[in-house]
Design a protein around this ligand. Structure first.
Ligand code: ATP
Length: 233
């Protein structure tokens, strides 16, 4: 579904992504794990067209997305759940969800909102509440729910566990597993390698803009160097 080849991203003289390649097959959960500054956010922003790739190719369903405008990329089925959730605090839960569907021309939006509410009953209870008054975990669910409203095919999530209490982190990861069951393919960027590798099929470990390890998530989680560097064991 997605094949990234020799991707590079630079900010002036700083090269944040130094020529990396990875792929995501349809129906998979793939995770990119790495410490602060490894380049994870820059990769996702390049996939969404929010920062330019300085070289390389981003093939999505066979089409190269380098140089394609962000709204066209959303229209092609890639939905980005950004770091820090970024819901609209003064809009209601319902209006935040509707914004996730703004590119759609079909009329099944109400049905999809019900589907999101069945996945997240807590959002349903709070549908008329301003998003800024939700807890951190609820805002994260709203950000995922909003992405689902776009009817995308590939969801890319940037550090969904950030800033959440451990119990909410578990809830958010359970949600990601549920979203995959609904047919979505998922690319998950995380510093919380422990949780990410527990739900992913495959993973890539990043260090300062390069992939240093890759493989089945269960194999990566069992490797001494991954455990020592990222799993705190
Ligand atoms: P974190 O987990 O801390 O968010 P990350 O792995 O997502 O880190 P990036 O945010 O992609 O990493 O940053 C990679 C490198 O690029 C860092 O050294 C960062 O300082 C640099 N960088 C990111 N955005 C910019 C920018 N707009 N201008 C200049 N440098 C940037």
């Amino acid at each position: 579904m997605l094949e990234v080849k020799d991707l590079r991203v630079s900010y002036g003289a700083i090269e944040a992504v130094k020529g990396l390649s990875f792929c995501v097959e349809q129906g998979e959960i793939v995770t990119l794990v790495g410490a602060n500054g490894a380049g994870k956010t820059s990769i996702l922003r390049a996939l969404s067209g929010l920062v330019p790739a300085s070289s390389g190719r981003i093939l999505y369903q066979g089409r190269d997305l380098v140089g394609v405008a962000p709204h066209v990329i959303v229209g092609a089925g890639i939905t980005h759940v950004p770091e820090g959730r970024l819901v609209f605090p003064n809009l209601t839960v319902e209006d935040n969800l509707l914004l996730g569907a703004y590119l759609r021309k079909d009329r099944a939006v109400d049905d999809d909102m019900e589907r999101v509410f069945s996945l997240f009953p807590r959002l349903k209870e709070r549908r008329s509440q301003e998003a800024g008054t939700l807890s951190g975990g609820e805002q994260q669910m709203l950000a995922v729910g909003r992405a689902l409203m776009g009817r995308g095919k590939l969801m890319i999530l940037d550090e969904p566990s950030m800033g959440l209490a451990p119990i909410l982190v578990e809830e958010v990861f359970r949600t990601i597993v549920e979203v995959r069951k609904s047919g979505m393919t998922i690319l998950l960027v995380e510093q919380n390698a422990n949780m990410a590798l527990a739900i992913a099929d495959r993973g890539y470990v990043l260090e300062t803009g390069r992939i240093v390890l890759s493989g089945r998530a269960s194999e990566l989680a069992a490797m001494d160097e991954v455990r020592a560097a990222y799993l705190g064991r």
